[in-house]
Write a protein that binds this ligand. Structure first.
Ligand code: NAP
Ligand code: MG
Length: 495
């Protein structure tokens, strides 16, 4: 846990940080109408990294009209192959500049550099995967009788608003941009206010790749006014959002109050990670701290509720406590195991939950404190474990979004299915057992959009991802995302 950093940033990263950051509208970097700005804070030391523009309603209007114009005049007229080639070219440019993107992501979000490497690779892969889809979006013909011809067309929606959170900034932007572009839509992207740097750098690469003006517009700023202006806009045809369930509700409300644009929502979670007595124990012990604390717990799929069958409960929890204490904490540039929380506000939110847990009489096994000393200027928190036997506690039911795992023993299969499903969320679940029949029965009975068997947090651009219940609406990734960014038209012909 040391604050002395011995890492030389790429000269282009330094150059990018030093420049003034505007809004990408119609392929030009323009100043916001009101010239308002806000600072970008490095969560590892609280220092200002750069200054960003705030887009208000009038700036969002400009971005939307530029996207609308591009949709009519260029992007929807391009052949799918032309769209695919530009997307592939963008992926190649991202690959060329990946070190800069990785460093920016680490500085901005705080995450360890090796985790940023994984994120940027995932973002690049997404553009390549959906470049492949651009040429394979097909309708169908439907036989309804001898004197009729019926066929369907999958058409782009038009202008889509993409609102992104701070925990996986460029990767989640790519989850949205890549399928939206492949399907022929033009985009207005709003990165999270805490982490806009990689999206802005991507804007440079979009210009360099040669995308026509207005196909991708990037507006920075907070939820209000920037995000709100997108979700209420009368000329935006869809909003895709990832973030909290509370803001997800606001996005739906804004749609209902404006033009009833469809919304897809990737929201919070409180995923159960379930270990049976007959689990492959070595694999469990090797990974349980990552399931519980990956990305400093700022992850929607985090295994935030760990349930362990009574026969191995103490062994697993003791091991988790020992390995959590060994996790290194520090500035992401030094490749620790855990970086800081994204902001002081988020740190305090998590500390509030630690207090709530203690007042609820959960048993604080380890952690629960801000890391001081050399790291006092950053927003660092110890990995924290609470043990409990009451699923109705606030710390068990609510998404904390920090390095806090709640652990509890269980006895029977039926009991754990009930308990695993007993929250308002349904994003993901995992089960560890050598009994394949039990594993598949668990997967069938769990109300979660993703279930991992003897593994955790596996993702691939080809595999649909999205939550059940209050964890969201719609699936990103894979073929499913093509449905999110197209509308289906039926055409009838009387022969
Ligand atoms: P958030 O407010 O839901 O942020 C997500 C995105 O929505 C950001 O770009 C945000 O802008 C924007 N936004 C906020 N208010 C908006 C509005 N009224 N209309 C349109 N867009 C709006 O999440 P947060 O405040 O950063 O974090 C709060 C909690 O959300 C966390 O503690 C965690 O529980 C949860 N969260 C979940 C995920 C996930 O992947 N499921 C990701 C992040 C956070 P600003 O960034 O400028 O506010
Ligand atoms: Mg916010």
């Amino acid at each position: 846990m040391s604050s002395s950093i011995n890492y030389q940033l790429n000269a282009k990263t330094q150059q990018f940080l030093a420049q003034s950051h505007k809004l990408l509208i119609n392929n030009e970097w323009v100043s916001p109408a009101e010239n308002n700005t806000f600072p970008v804070i490095n969560p590892a030391n609280g220092e200002s990294l750069s200054e960003l523009s705030i887009a208000d309603e009038s700036d969002v209007n400009l971005a939307v009209s530029s996207a609308r114009k591009a949709f009519h005049t260029t992007w929807s007229r391009f052949t799918p192959g032309e769209r695919a080639r530009l997307m592939w070219k963008l992926a190649d440019l991202m690959e060329r500049d990946k070190q800069i993107l990785e460093e920016l992501e680490t500085l901005d979000n705080g995450k360890p550099l090796d985790k940023a490497v994984y994120d940027i690779a995932g973002a690049i892969e997404h553009f390549r995967y959906y470049a492949g889809w651009a040429t394979k979006i097909e309708g169908s013909s439907i036989p309804v009788g001898p004197d009729k011809l019926v066929y369907t067309r999958k058409e782009p929606l038009g202008v889509v608003g993409l609102i992104v959170p701070w925990n996986f900034p460029l990767m989640i932007a790519a989850w949205k941009l890549a399928p939206a572009l492949a399907c022929g839509n033009c985009c207005v992207l709003k990165p999270a206010e805490q982490t806009s740097l990689t999206a802005l750098y991507l804007g440079n690469l979009i210009q360099e790749a040669g995308f026509p003006a207005g196909v991708v517009n990037i507006v920075t700023g907070p939820g209000f006014p920037t995000g709100d202006a997108i979700s209420r806009h009368l000329d935006i045809d869809k909003v895709s959002f990832t973030g909290s369930t509370a803001v997800g509700r606001k996005i739906m409300e804004a749609s209902a109050q404006s033009n009833l644009k469809p919304v897809s929502l990737e929201l919070g979670g409180k995923s159960p990670n379930v270990v049976f007595d007959d689990a492959p124990l070595k694999a469990v012990l090797e990974s349980v701290h990552w399931c519980s604390f990956y990305n400093t717990g700022q992850e929607c799929t985090l295994g935030a509720r760990l349930y362990v069958q009574r026969g191995v409960y103490q062994k697993v929890v003791d091991h988790l406590a020992v390995s959590a204490k060994k996790l290194t904490i520090g500035n992401g540039l030094q490749n620790p195991d855990l970086g800081p929380m994204i902001s002081e506000q988020q740190l305090n939110r998590v500390l509030d939950y630690v207090n709530i847990g203690q007042s609820e009489d959960a048993d604080l096994v380890i952690g629960g404190k801000r890391v001081n000393g050399d790291l006092a200027k950053g927003y660092f928190l110890e990995p924290t474990i609470f043990a409990h036997e009451n699923d109705q506690l606030q710390i068990v039911q609510e998404e904390i979004f920090g390095p806090v795992v709640v652990v509890s023993p269980f006895d029977t299969f039926d009991e754990i299915i009930h308990r695993a499903n007993d929250t308002k969320y349904g994003l993901a679940a995992a089960v560890w057992t050598k009994d394949i029949s039990k594993a598949h029965k668990f997967a069938n009975a769990t109300q979660a959009g993703t279930v991992w068997i003897n593994s955790y947090d596996l993702f691939d651009a080809a595999v649909p991802f999205g939550g059940f219940k209050e964890s969201g609406i719609g699936k990103e990734m894979g073929k499913s995302a093509i449905d999110l960014y197209t509308k289906e038209k039926a055409v009838w012909v009387a022969l």
